[in-house]
Design a binder for this molecule. Structure first.
Ligand SMILES: [Zn+2]
Length: 306
């Protein structure tokens, strides 16, 4: 299989040759300094460098590029709940699965409601639930499994994707953490679930925080901030909130999730912070905020290989 690896600024090196004065601007995007990158195998797939060395692990995050969906759903919408033609969604799934390397008919979907319920995939019976067969997995924002060859999938368009991999016990997990899931701390519930079910030790869990809305793009009001104040210490609060003169705030969900993970015992060096914002990059990613809700869904996927 021929694979090409692209930086997010795909032609950064070409630009550099032409415009040496751009170096300062482009340097933060250089491959060495990034936590995620775009892998290109028929269609683009976002990958995390922190997982590159684990050969039994498959991970990915979709872009909106190279699919068949139309208009505001263009083009790689992976969700059946956005009003898309199901045939288009299925074709998009085939393309994404082929690029990442898993069997799409075995996917297990979440059913996200901005809460903290977690489903543990314990049997082959769950394979295909949500995509090729009806699902009884309802109101679930987190999925965990240690079963090989069953890909798990969660959906996004600005909210924060959390990836978990216990490298010792070989357990994977995905969680959807928008501001509500972050305040309710689905991250800690995922880690507790992994501890209780599989005996995971947080120091063995490698986490990636996927593409999602950045602090600069995420203005919020008192409704959100009052909840943040209840849940975080004063020092943490000032790390994740910037108070503005217009009575609004900029909220850093990425760091809020990082703090949640670290408070549950995840080592700082085992957390990859995102360096792609869905809203800043709405041309290649779906952003709820940038599109005012007229958008498809991106997806995070994880699978253990046998
Ligand atoms: Zn942004």
């Amino acid at each position: 299989m021929q694979r090409k690896r692209f930086d997010i600024k795909t032609d950064a090196r070409f630009l550099l040759r032409k415009n040496e004065h751009l170096q300062k601007f482009i340097e933060p995007y250089s491959f060495e300094k990034r936590t995620s990158y775009i892998d290109y195998n028929d269609i683009p797939v976002i990958k995390y460098k922190i997982y590159d060395d684990y050969e039994n692990l498959i991970t990915g995050f979709s872009t909106r590029l190279c699919g068949v969906s139309k208009a505001h759903l263009a083009s790689l919408n992976l969700s059946f709940s956005r009003g898309d033609d199901p045939e288009n969604v299925m074709e998009n799934h085939k393309r994404f699965a082929n690029a990442v390397g898993y069997d799409y008919t075995k996917l297990v979907f979440s059913d996200q409601v901005h809460d903290t319920n977690i489903h543990i995939v314990k049997s082959e019976e769950d394979a295909g639930k949500g995509i090729v067969k009806a699902s009884d997995i309802k109101q679930i924002d987190g999925l965990v499994t240690n079963l090989p060859n069953i890909p798990i999938m969660t959906f996004y368009a600005d909210c924060v994707p959390l990836y978990f991999y216990d490298r010792v016990n070989k357990v994977i997990g995905l969680a959807h953490s928008g501001w509500k899931g972050t305040v309710k701390n689905i991250a800690s519930k995922m880690i507790d679930t992994m501890k209780e079910t599989y005996g995971s030790n947080p120091k063995d869990i490698i986490c990636a925080i996927g593409p999602s809305i950045c602090k600069n793009c995420y203005e919020v009001d008192d409704v959100v901030i009052d909840k943040i104040k209840e849940k975080y210490t004063e020092a943490e609060y000032f790390e994740i909130v910037e108070e503005k003169t217009n009575g609004k705030y900029q909220l850093d969900l990425h760091n809020a999730c990082r703090i949640n993970l670290m408070n549950s015992g995840i080592l700082p060096e085992n957390i990859a912070l995102p360096d792609m914002c869905t809203c800043c990059n709405a041309n290649i990613l779906y952003s709820h905020r940038a599109s005012k809700g007229m958008r498809g869904n991106l997806a995070a996927v994880m699978m253990l290989k046998e």
